[in-house]
Write a protein that binds this ligand. Structure first.
Ligand code: PEP
Ligand code: MG
Length: 361
């Protein structure tokens, strides 16, 4: 841990003594998890499982799953992906050694998974036993004009529950295996993305709970786990009271929450926001520092309503803002439990959390 040695290391020890906010990391590879732990991460706040599906070795099975026209076709592809997902989570749980791991179920803008080249269609056709024309037709059916507001997040899980079932199974099988081998039971926190209504979360929690029960019966052991949700839509903030009847934790996805609250595409934001900041329309780039008056007020509402329903609800933030000192000060003031940042921003988050705690004294 050379970066954290010497005087800087001492400073970090002091910072940890005064900060109240926990600091987790956004990571989905064992290497990132290891790096983040070396920098002092106290858990995973966001494991984006869709990143695991882009792997070159798996993409054909993933495309087969997405393009399948019925459940049997999807299940055939999911059977290929299950052992690989189990291996992913096993490695992560081993590195995280009993620290909490928030694993977010698949949240893919579907277009990112669709094949484009002829050779890609041919590969999927071979794997799925279908002809290229059928697959092309299916890909055309799945086309969306605005995928970021389309069939992503839990909407995918609602229409194809078997995908989330496979992922939940992989999480719990891996957790049981690691608990068996190492004795340090993993602490999975299964997170549902892009929830806007209580019912969506309820449906998805049922899928996760059923998978957990099936795995625990198979393995003859149980693992403590939580099921919670991303809060990344204004509607979810407003309905947080009833969403907390189902969700055991909230993690604020401030990337999407900023996009949906301000009506500004997170992918195109740079184009005019610099001018907006120069002209004093926004105090800071809202995709870097939480827009306290808009997004911040919604987070405050969600925290208050969520706590009114479930006083011990765990509250965190996993958008990019989780590594931004000004946003971390906002998280401290709002009384969140943790922030989650990319591995290399973990030390900054620890310092910023300490500074915010000192200021609040
Ligand atoms: C978010 O929306 O803030 C978030 C963390 O999820 P993602 O960036 O993966 O959409
Ligand atoms: Mg998001």
């Amino acid at each position: 841990q050379p970066e954290l040695a010497g005087d800087f290391g001492t400073l970090m020890v002091w910072a940890d003594e005064v900060r109240r906010l926990k600091v987790r990391t956004n990571a989905e590879t064992p290497l990132d998890c290891r790096t983040a732990r070396e920098f002092g991460a106290e858990g995973i706040g966001l494991c984006r499982t869709e990143h695991m599906f882009f792997d070159a070795a798996r993409i054909t099975a993933v495309r087969q799953m997405i393009l399948a026209s019925d459940e049997a076709g999807r299940r055939a592809a999911l059977d290929k992906l299950l052992p690989e997902q189990r291996a992913d989570f096993t490695e992560i749980f081993e590195v995280m050694a009993g620290l909490p791991c928030t694993i977010r179920l698949l949240d893919p803008p579907l277009h990112e998974f669709l094949p484009h080249e002829e050779s890609e269609f041919e590969e999927v056709a071979k794997a799925a036993g279908l002809d290229v024309e059928t697959l092309r037709r299916r890909a055309a059916e799945l086309h969306e004009f605005n995928p970021m507001l389309g069939h992503r997040g839990c909407r995918l899980g609602v229409t194809y529950p078997e995908i989330y079932e496979m992922q939940a199974r992989a999480i719990f099988e891996a957790a049981c295996d690691v608990a068996e081998k190492s004795g340090a039971a993993p602490v999975p926190e299964v997170m549902i993305p892009l929830v806007g209504t209580r019912r969506e979360l309820e449906l998805m929690k049922n899928v996760v709970d059923r998978a957990a029960q099936a795995v625990f019966a198979d393995k003859g052991r149980t693992i403590d786990y939580l099921v919670g949700t991303m809060i990344e839509l204004p509607r979810a903030c407003l309905r947080a009271g009833e969403i907390a009847e189902v969700g055991e934790f909230f993690s604020f996805g401030t990337n999407d929450l900023t996009q949906t609250t301000l009506g500004v595409s997170r992918d195109d934001a740079g184009r005019f926001l610099t001018t907006y900041v120069e002209k004093g329309i926004y105090a800071r780039d809202p995709f870097v520092s939480i827009d306290v008056e808009g997004v911040g007020e919604l987070i405050g509402i969600a925290a208050e309503r969520g706590r009114a329903t479930r006083p011990d609800i765990k509250l965190g933030i996993c958008g990019e803002h989780g590594g931004d000192p000004a946003s971390i000060a906002f998280c401290e003031a709002t009384g969140l439990d943790y922030v989650s940042a990319s591995p290399y921003r973990v030390p900054i988050a620890r310092l910023a959390a300490a500074q915010a705690a000192l200021r609040a004294r």
